[in-house]
Design a protein around this ligand. Structure first.
Ligand SMILES: [Zn+2]
Length: 342
């Protein structure tokens, strides 16, 4: 207990119930989906604050272009193509060894999200795409787990807290599923400072929920532009949809959409990801031998990378393949079938 007093002394002074609040925090499990810009900032805050268990879910590996804003990674992680969930795990364990950290090198989708978030008290959005947010929203409403949305692009950011049966859900707020080419960090860039403002709002709301201090939970969606100094609040009262298919009618269409998650283009990145319906057990050494005849191969404990024709391919242990260098789904399917097998 002395260690706790010492480690969290500045926080204990702040908490409404002092040590009691800290004990509540220590009993909580939080899942962070997406360990990029927002996700690394969120994980950093929650692990330092002393949440009991933090689960990190990310499908990608660290690249040089991440380092401008993804504050848990460094050049060595990028050089080693370390999966973000692993690189973050390493840093966070060094930051606070009292927190249990579990990492998942997974593409979150309808077939695995329920298992991953099961037992969580809160889900935090560190993703960069709307479809995953609709999926998180479905699982949140279905399993009655609050989640905190956060989105950043350019110098703009948005965040809101979604508590099932209490606030509007994400589909109340954004009823039209966006399928068009919205602006993304990969097409219009992103300023690292706006990431941290939004992540700080998310993490603060998270702490209020986790220590069970509901008196100051925000009842508005925040939208801001840190460069242009704009700040807007949208009150929830205007946003409830009493015909919402998700929170009113329990139609969890994104959660039942298992088969369409197979091939996904990574928005604005000129990359396609192919995920087998049933995960496979890949033995890297077998593929290393086969692939070495086709191009230059690099093996890490977590993935196998091949440069083949004009593409960079990364194969993960569960059979997932990331194809960089194309946005054409047919090409990605062909490469999967040729190089991994059906
Ligand atoms: Zn709703």
């Amino acid at each position: 207990m002395d260690k706790i007093n010492d480690k969290y002394s500045r926080q204990l002074l702040f908490w409404p119930e002092g040590k009691e609040s800290q004990i509540k925090l220590r009993k909580k499990v939080v899942t962070i989906i997406g360990i990029g810009a927002l996700g690394t900032a969120l994980a950093n805050h929650l692990v330092r604050a002393g949440v009991g268990e933090v689960r990190l879910v990310d499908r990608d590996f660290v690249e040089e272009s991440n380092l401008q804003r993804q504050m848990l990674f460094d050049e060595k992680d990028a050089l080693e193509h370390l999966p973000k969930a692993v690189a973050a795990h390493n840093k966070l364990t060094a930051i606070n060894s009292l927190v249990k950290i579990r990492s998942y090198i997974e593409d979150i989708n309808a077939s695995n999200i329920e298992d991953i978030v099961e037992g969580s008290h809160l889900i935090l959005d560190g993703t960069d795409n709307m479809m995953t947010r609709y999926l998180i929203n479905d699982v949140s409403v279905k399993l009655n787990i609050p989640w905190i949305y956060g989105g950043v692009v350019h110098s703009r950011g948005m965040t809101t807290t979604i508590i099932p049966n209490k606030t509007p859900c994400f589909r109340c707020l954004f009823p039209d599923v966006e399928t068009g080419h919205a602006e993304t960090c990969d097409t219009v860039g992103v300023l690292s400072t706006v990431v941290h403002v939004i992540a700080s709002y998310q993490a603060t709301e998270a702490l209020k929920l986790l220590i069970e201090d509901h008196s100051f939970i925000r009842e508005e969606m925040i939208q801001l532009d840190i460069w242009k100094n704009d700040f807007d609040l949208f009150p929830f009262q205007l946003s409830f949809n009493h015909d919402c298919p998700c929170c009113q009618k329990s139609d969890f269409k994104f959660l039942s959409n298992v088969s369409t998650n197979l091939v996904s283009s990574l928005c604005g990145r000129n990359a396609i990801q192919v995920t087998p319906i049933n995960s496979k057990e890949i033995t890297f050494s077998d593929f290393h031998k086969k692939w070495a005849k086709l191009g230059s191969v690099k093996q890490t404990p977590y993935l196998l990378r091949l440069t083949y024709e004009e593409y960079h391919l990364s194969l993960f242990k569960n059979g997932r393949l990331l194809v960089q260098g194309t946005s054409d789904i047919t090409i990605a399917r062909r490469l999967y079938s040729t190089l991994v097998g059906d």
